[in-house]
Design a protein around this ligand. Structure first.
Ligand code: G6P
Length: 615
């Protein structure tokens, strides 16, 4: 949520910042701006709307400076206006800041600053922060080479809330200061150039060497080096990590949208999630980073899964999988609720966070709350080096590759697959036999191929989508482990096409949602070959009797009665426990093509951001 890029080096900063912002745009696209240190001072350009608007605006100016900061905004404090766009400049013109996060005590600081002659042009908390830096700078008496850094450090000691910041000062043409608390910030180490960014995708075209800043760390970067210390002045020995993404992975290639690209990448992303994670005897899964012995796993009486949005749906599928194979009770909570609920937990509970980005603030806070209470914490995340990955006691990287589309797709199926592998691993530590373990492991290995076959339905689904794009309401219904996929189908549709959609357990339909059924509200039924197949067929009949149109997603062996549905999408048969992965593909494609048909901005749906780093 909000993206920051900063650059200092030998090149002109402008084009590098704009390229970085373009790659970070999925973090927010309400407005964008940059501030560049030029010979005559700070030049600040801002524009509402997507980064392309800023790009056009910058064409009108001469930007030759080699140090600058930039920002793409997801509005929190204050509406979407040029005044509220970042970077914010202090009223004396000395400093500019790009800020991601929320300063909670901004009102009292603002009153203090107004009393000291500072003025404000925006409604944002960030402008308060940059003016407070200026206030401390004016009072600072330390050596000149430390004065800028010290004034930022001192300011942060008075601030409550969260921040990832990049700051420039008129008096320091060769230095930028950054810091983080609660909002991500990384340092990119290039050749005679250094960068600051909210995440790796912004700087991957320039360097693969990064330092992930920790909370309460402040960094100074110049064209020659960088130094990190804590807010309390303790020096920090930086750990340089190597990012293993290729630049092409974060580019569109032949696809029209990242969402489309990422849907079609799933055979590969699923293969990558599984790679090297089966035991030599083929009967169980292996995970390198769980940091939990077999004995400790056996001592686990309950698992609590937490996540937000699509990741929360993956948690729900984990519940079905783990309870089925390992017979360990699983609870699932929205991270945003758990963090404030003070839920009573059994002492042998294991806490599992699921997060694509590894930066979602509520999931992180839930993890911290569980840790504070002394519970063992694990995470499934795609965000290598992310805050959640670093703070959990252990975990599983998804290796699904960068996910840029705001609506999560390949990360979701990878999370389900990995939950199934955890279920296998845990099951084998309990009552699952060698033979059953081998059979399930074999079924898991077939998933990428089955997903590739499911994707072959693409044209058919596109055709169906064209016929349903005009509706304004839709229901998604499924039973048992298809219920989370129904929820996910409804979420995908509303996120990107703005059609009102609800996901429901199919049998619950009679207790309310059936009232919505008419020729104006079609339903998508997820009806795999399973124990409850005939019950679902009855539910469909109930809808048809009320003139509701029905799209059925079914599996090859189910032999769904052809005349009962208006449209049928058939996916290959798979192990029953893994069918949710296959059934996800048609609902993703359906939402995607409906949104395209409606002319929606698929990769940047209104009001949403990919990584929600504010509460
Ligand atoms: C946002 C995104 C969703 C995502 C959710 C959780 O709402 O728009 O697509 O599922 O955050 O994100 P996480 O990175 O924690 O999985």
């Amino acid at each position: 949520m909000c993206g920051i890029v900063g650059y200092v080096g030998k090149q002109k900063a402008g084009p590098i910042l704009l390229d970085g912002l373009k790659r970070l745009e999925y973090r927010g696209y309400d407005s964008a701006g940059l501030a560049i240190h030029q010979r005559k001072g700070l030049t600040c350009v801002k524009k509402t709307g997507p980064v392309i608007n800023l790009f056009k605006e910058t064409e009108k100016c001469e930007l030759s400076g080699k140090l600058g900061i930039s920002h793409t905004r997801w509005a929190t404090h204050g509406g979407v206006t040029t005044e509220n766009a970042h970077p914010h400049v202090s009223s004396d013109g000395l400093f500019a800041i790009a800020h991601n996060g929320v300063i909670e005590n901004y009102q009292s600081i603002k009153r203090f600053l107004l009393g000291n002659g500072y003025t404000f042009a925006s409604e944002t908390d960030s402008e308060v922060l940059v003016n407070l830096i200026s206030y401390h700078y004016r009072k600072e008496t330390c050596d000149t080479d430390k004065r800028f850094f010290e004034s930022v450090r001192k300011t942060l000691m008075h601030v409550e809330g969260t921040y990832g910041i990049a700051v420039v000062c008129v008096d320091y043409p060769q230095e930028m200061v950054g810091a983080r608390l609660g909002s991500p910030l990384i340092v990119g180490i290039g050749e005679e150039e250094y960068l600051l960014a909210s995440d790796v995708s912004a700087i991957i075209s320039r360097t693969q060497n990064v330092v992930y800043l920790k909370d309460n760390e402040v960094v100074s970067i110049t064209p020659k080096n960088f130094t990190i210390s804590t807010i309390n002045r303790e020096s920090v020995d930086p750990i340089v990590d190597q990012v293993d993404w290729a630049i092409e992975e974060s580019e569109l290639g032949i696809h029209s949208h990242f969402m489309e690209k990422e849907i079609f990448e799933q055979p590969v992303s699923l293969e990558n999630s599984m790679r090297g994670r089966f035991s030599d005897d083929g009967s169980t899964a292996n995970f390198g980073g769980l940091n939990l012995s077999s004995q400790e796993w056996r001592g686990v009486d309950r698992i609590l899964f937490c996540g937000c949005g699509t990741a929360w749906h993956a948690c729900l599928t984990a519940e079905y999988l783990i309870e089925r194979f390992a017979r360990v009770p699983v609870e699932v909570e929205y991270a945003s609720e758990f963090r404030y609920r003070n839920a009573p937990l059994d002492k042998n509970t294991l806490f599992f966070a699921v997060s694509q980005s590894g930066e979602t603030i509520d999931t992180l806070a839930a993890l911290r709350e569980a840790k504070r209470k002394g519970f063992r914490t694990l995470a499934i995340t795609n965000g290598v080096g992310s805050t959640i990955a670093r703070e959990a006691d252990g975990g599983i990287y998804q290796h699904a590759g960068p996910e840029i589309g705001v609506a999560s797709t390949k990360a979701f199926t990878s999370q389900i697959l990995l939950s199934a592998m955890v279920a296998l691993y845990l099951g084998r530590l309990r009552d699952m036999s060698y033979t059953d373990g081998c059979a399930f492991a074999k079924a898991l290995k077939q998933v990428p191929e089955l997903v590739a076959r499911t994707l072959e339905q693409n044209e058919k689904i596109k055709d169906i989508a064209g016929r349903y794009a005009g509706y304004e309401d839709m229901l998604f219904l499924g039973r048992q482990s298809m219920f989370p996929i129904a929820l996910e189908g409804a979420l995908k549709l509303k996120e990107i096409s703005y059609i009102h959609a609800e996901g429901y357990p199919a049998a619950e339909m009679k207790h309310g949602p059936i009232a919505l059924i008419s020729d104006k509200c079609p339903s998508v039924f997820l009806a795999p070959k399973c124990e409850t197949f005939h019950k679902i067929v009855s539910n469909i009949q109930e809808i048809k009797a009320r003139t509701g149109k029905v799209i059925v997603v079914t599996s090859e062996g189910a032999e769904f009665p052809a005349d009962l549905a208006d449209d049928i999408i058939t996916v290959p048969d798979a192990h029953e426990a893994l069918q949710p992965i296959l059934f996800t593909i048609p609902v993703q494609l359906l939402s995607y093509y409906i949104a395209v048909e409606r002319g929606c901005n698929v990769d940047k749906p209104r009001n949403l951001a990919k990584s929600v780093t504010v509460e």
